[in-house]
Design a protein around this ligand. Structure first.
Ligand code: PLP
Length: 401
């Protein structure tokens, strides 16, 4: 057993990021300035979008995007239940109703459920690219086009992900990324909205900084002027140059980070593929997987211990883990305000019972990954039900015998 605790996740920040942040501090541009502009341009070019607007978080990105699309009281916005609360909270903040729908067996929002949820009040669809793999975007975009609805993609997990050979960020009306501490790349806290729509980009920019017709950088440089106008009551969601300093270098390293994530995922795949007690994360055709998360499913009938006990056993072996996510429909606020019942989400309910994310991040060494593997295998071997014992025996016998 390892003698130090392996946290569920850690960021990987290098000397380039540290030097760039120090440069920002020395320069005096500690709020939105030239580095934010540079980061926006480089991010837009990376994903293949016309515009990128840097903001203070993905939550801010989602909130601003829905506001810019005119979502308000009386409107309905479709969101999947297997997501972080931010996806739906921002809909509530706008006075609209989040219409929570089930996911499919691949953990992604169910296109069928989205179709069924559309009413005359529906004003937007917010699919989530769960775990760093694209949802069935073609189907979702087709449904949206049929009903003339905008799509705001929650790409919090999906920086660097691809769908049908194009990067996430280049498709929907507005695509929202997270640079939170443990995401595929980080600015500490931070987010980005990408869009190909010129008018929407302009409104997003306006709303992300108080609804002012000029941003601070332009106002205080020699080229700027003192005059600005508030065109509508926007938000204070701008990214700082200190955050962008981190982001510029994290973006350059993103492909390498994803490569490392895939390597660790491949180690887990091959170590667990002969354990019937564990279902591996689904892989979908036509898209790459950035492995922001490695969510496994424990098979309840083959194991004597439940998910909470499994997490405790991992902790006892000095391995951190987490659950992504407690579905929206199970949280008291969503349950009580919108009358959500578990029976309305049969697929997510089935998935959630044994859902568990193992540590997977570029800072992990091969030894760390081997420790996770050893701990999981050890727990499984010590807690098989009689049915699990039979299954393990079958899995151990080569197929040709
Ligand atoms: C699916 C999803 N959406 C949105 C967010 C919010 O991101 P942020 O913390 O950058 O606001 C998260 C954060 O974990 C997330 O997992």
């Amino acid at each position: 057993m390892r003698n130090s605790f392996l946290p569920y996740c850690l960021p990987l920040i290098g000397e380039e990021e540290i030097a760039e942040v120090a440069d920002s501090l020395r320069s005096g541009w500690v709020t939105t300035g030239p580095k934010v502009k540079r980061f926006e341009q480089e991010f837009a070019a990376y994903v293949g979008a016309k515009h990128a607007i840097a903001v203070s978080s993905c939550t801010a990105a989602l909130h601003t995007s829905l506001a810019a699309l005119g979502i308000g009281p009386g409107d309905e916005v479709i969101v999947p239940t297997l997501t972080f609360c931010a996806t739906a909270n921002v809909v509530v903040h706008l006075g609209a109703t989040p219409v929570i729908v089930d996911v499919d067996q691949n953990f992604q929002v169910s296109a069928e459920a989205v179709c069924r949820a559309i009413t005359p009040r529906t004003k937007a669809i917010v699919p989530v690219h769960y775990a760093g793999q694209s949802c069935s975007l073609r189907e979702i975009l087709a449904i949206a086009a049929t009903h003339r609805l905008p799509v705001v993609e929650d790409a919090a997990h999906a920086a660097g992900a691809e769908y049908e050979l194009a990067r996430i960020g280049s498709h929907g009306n507005a695509v929202c990324f997270s640079f939170y501490a443990i995401k595929n790349m980080t600015t500490g806290e931070g987010g980005m909205i990408t869009t190909n729509d010129d008018a929407l980009a302009q409104r997003l920019r306006l709303l992300s900084l108080h609804g002012m017709s000029r941003d601070a950088w332009k106002r205080y440089t020699e080229a700027g002027s003192w005059y600005y106008e508030v065109l509508e009551p926007g938000y204070k969601y701008n990214m700082t140059d200190i955050q962008a300093a981190l982001g510029i270098h994290q973006l350059r390293r993103l492909e390498g980070f994803i490569r490392r994530r895939r390597e660790i995922a491949a180690m887990y795949d091959s170590a667990f593929s002969n354990l019937p007690e564990i279902l591996l994360p689904p892989r979908l055709p036509g898209r790459n997987h950035t492995f922001h998360l490695y969510p496994i499913r424990l098979q309840a009938d083959l194991l004597e211990l439940n998910r909470a006990e499994f997490i405790e056993e991992l902790r006892a072996r000095n391995i951190g883990s987490s659950v992504h996510f407690i579905p929206l429909h199970r949280h008291p606020f969503y349950r009580e305000r919108y009358g959500c019942r578990p029976e309305q989400f049969p697929v997510c309910e089935e998935i959630y019972q044994g859902l568990l994310s193992l540590p997977l991040y570029p800072k992990m060494t091969d030894r760390d990954a081997a420790d996770v593997i050893e701990a999981v295998r050890d727990i499984v071997a010590g807690h098989r039900t009689p049915a699990g014992e039979k299954g393990a025996l079958r899995a151990a016998i080569p197929a040709e015998l």
